[in-house]
Design a binder for this molecule. Structure first.
Ligand code: 16G
Length: 195
């Protein structure tokens, strides 16, 4: 649960407006961001309190994170909030006050397509001991529908080959002739690859 002295990254009311009938994903049983299947699960925006609920440890299951102090976490949190366009969304197990899933929607202002908004899906991670609860699907569909609600004209992602089927089942497509992801990595202290 989020206490009164905590701050959320974005307006939680947005999550109530998502229409889960608009996704290609099949949920069985049917769940949504508002009703994630268990009363003790809560889908919500990232909160200032989530440093103490294991948010950083969760991200370290995805890639190298480094030693992030609470101060550094809060500084980045408020940078994201004041800059706007960051929708870090989490799933909390409220029985143990731990963040067990997360995904980020980042929006980008464009000139093309009539000054459109483009969405990117980033940093999707769910603790694997929560398997079988459709939470990976839930968190991705939640931020995907959120991007639609915000008026984005498309949402894109980078992923490992083994996850292509997963994302295809949620409506993402390898566009013929237009599905290459390319990177250049710089030799910075923050760019340590996970081993
Ligand atoms: C994956 C993630 C991306 C993340 C990257 C980290 C999704 C859909 N994709 O590509 O968001 O930033 O891994 O890997 O979650 P890196 O440490 O090699 O950059």
């Amino acid at each position: 649960m989020v206490t009164k002295d905590e701050e959320l990254l974005y307006d939680p009311e947005l999550l109530k407006k998502l229409d889960f009938r608009q996704t290609d994903a099949k949920f069985s049983p049917s769940i949504t961001a508002v009703s994630p299947g268990e009363t003790w699960l809560k889908v919500r925006p990232l909160s200032t309190g989530d440093y103490d609920k294991g948010f950083i440890q969760l991200l370290s299951q995805l890639t190298a994170v480094g030693n992030i102090s609470k101060e550094a976490f809060l500084k980045r949190f408020f940078q994201m909030k004041s800059q706007g366009g960051y929708y870090v969304t989490v799933i909390e197990d409220t029985r143990i006050n731990r963040i067990i899933g997360a995904a980020t929607l980042v929006t980008e202002l464009k000139f093309i397509h009539n000054c459109a908004l483009r969405a990117r899906l980033e940093d999707v991670v769910v603790v694997d001991t929560y398997r079988g609860k459709q939470l990976g699907k839930l968190i991705v569909v939640t931020v995907t529908l959120l991007s639609k609600l915000l008026g984005c004209y498309k949402m894109t992602l980078d992923c490992k080959d083994k996850l292509i089927n997963f994302y295809e089942s949620l409506g993402y497509k390898l566009e013929p002739g237009n599905s290459n992801s390319m990177s250049v990595r710089f030799d910075t202290p923050s760019n340590k690859s996970p081993s």
